[in-house]
Design a protein around this ligand. Sequence first.
Ligand code: FAD
Ligand code: SF4
Ligand code: SF4
Length: 476
Amino acid sequence: MAARKIIKERIPTPERPPEERIKDFKEVNKGYTFELAIKEAERCLKCPYNYAPCIKGCPVHIDIPGFISKLVEYQDDPDKAVREALSVIWRCNTLPATTGRVCPQEDQCEMNCVMGKVGDKINIGKLERFVADYAREHGIDEELLSDIIPTIEKKEQSVAIVGAGPAGLTAAGELAKQGYNVTIFEALHEAGGVLMYGIPEFRLPKDIVEKEISKLKKLGVDIRTDHIVGRTITVDELIREYDAVFIGSGAGTPRLVNVPGVNLNGIYTANEFLTRVNLMKAYKFPEYDTPIYVGKKVIVIGAGNTAMDAARSARRFGVDVTVTYRRGEEYVSARKEEVKHAKEEGIKFEFFLNPVEFIGDEKGKVKAVKFEKMRFSDELDSRGKRKIEGTGEYTTLPADTVIIAIGKSPNRLIINTSNFNVEHGRIIVDENMMTSVDGVFAGGDAIRGEATVILAMGDGRKAAKAIDEYLKSKKK
Ligand code: FAD
Ligand code: SF4
Ligand code: SF4
């Protein structure tokens, strides 16, 4: 038998050129065509299930060689290839169009891909996205769903879910498939959580999130938007009315920089800025009601995914954008692809700058940010990161808009109106995702602080399994 030829280079996915894409909010990466996906799938070595490091790196343990093999095996019949591949993915992940786009693959499934020893790692995220997109565009996901719906055995028990982000949506979907009556209570006027109000359209088109949510509705999930748990209804009331409760209320409270001038006009939290842009479609003002002021010089403080999304959104208003970060480039936590895209789009980066004052004009509007220059010290912090220290030298950068993106904490309303045990604002759960209150489970950013979509989904799945077991034991 002839030796298999190893193709070392990754098959690239087409992208829109930077000069074109900074003029609008349409998606940057166009994804694989079927032909390109097969070429990339053929590079995969199809490592055995029990060994494959990619499976171990995926927080929900998708059978990655399994789904990639289906694409290759049935490549003469694209619909069948995708149907088979999607069935494998759906066993562990019901939002592959989303995770294929936003997972930090370089730190997860792709991190230890064995192809990395001889060439480029397999582009698992883009293959997953391809399967999900092709399935959606050809109605294959609907077909698979309609195969599942008649097999569901309806149960009498009901579950309330708080929050319609990835954690809540996943828990809802899994429980609905088990036959439970599921109701989601969501504070905002649209479901989706950060997928809808945080991550911009050019990274994750909103019609994809809407489609995922419509599938849940087909499974019978009742989604009640504009319901703030803790105000419209309390957790205690939910406990009385439902057989179990899942809290997936996320981490939507922005942290602020506690320095003089932080209340000046023109300073936004990334949360407010992105919500106005994404959820309220401020970039389409006056077609949509919500306006947004974006000055000519924008400074973004922070270097995570939120900072990158804020910077790239601001850039699409045709303005000059600089990202500033108090550490060095090697500690930037945003996905590598987003940093690359941001740089291609002309966003500048300034490292080792820590804001110490926002300077305003006579009308109370920000006009500059004063920073202390930082440097690495020799000590490591508790997470093994090199500590930084001030140099005593300062610099001032002009800015008429500042966006603060230095992290978020779990939403406090639910915690303040319930009796859960919490630590540093995060709800504490046991190994079965149950909180200190019997029958109330939690997951996602509400228990972890700001984390990732796939970790939130993994929690939602795990909690749904635990809720199923809890309710079965209660019935006995
Ligand atoms: P959320 O997505 O925050 O959803 C919680 C939901 O609960 C929200 O809809 C909220 O309105 C609702 N809620 C809150 N309080 C109440 C209440 N009292 N009553 C009713 N409803 C309530 N992760 C990645 O993996 N990749 C990325 O590229 C990435 N980019 C990001 C970009 C931005 C701008 C942000 C902010 C985050 C990003 N993340 C990314 C992180 C990721 O989005 C989160 O980890 C994930 O969404 C957490 O899911 P969740 O369901 O726990 O919470
Ligand atoms: Fe990779 Fe995320 Fe898909 Fe898992 S869910 S295989 S980590 S892209
Ligand atoms: Fe394919 Fe890489 Fe996973 Fe091996 S580790 S199965 S080569 S994706």
